[in-house]
Design a protein around this ligand. Sequence first.
Ligand code: FES
Length: 89
Amino acid sequence: MSAAHTPIRLQVDGRSVTVPAGFSVAAAIAQVATAFGTRKDASLRAPLCGMGLCFECRVRIDGADHQRACMTLVREGMRVETTTEPAHG
Ligand code: FES
């Protein structure tokens, strides 16, 4: 098995998810959730651009708020929370 296909296990909102190495956190979240959090008006957020511009995919990763899930690669043991407080509304 090549390193690119090594399974990586992480937690998304307390649920165990396994994806291949090289996947983005956004791809891992998509395995178990359809929303990436909420805006101030309680509407649901989800990735729009997929290239780091819109911040609609921001989540908490290992305790750090407002990380862009589309720009972050999965790491073994990572803890992802999709319920971060909105930064920009
Ligand atoms: S989807 Fe736009 S910044 Fe991640």
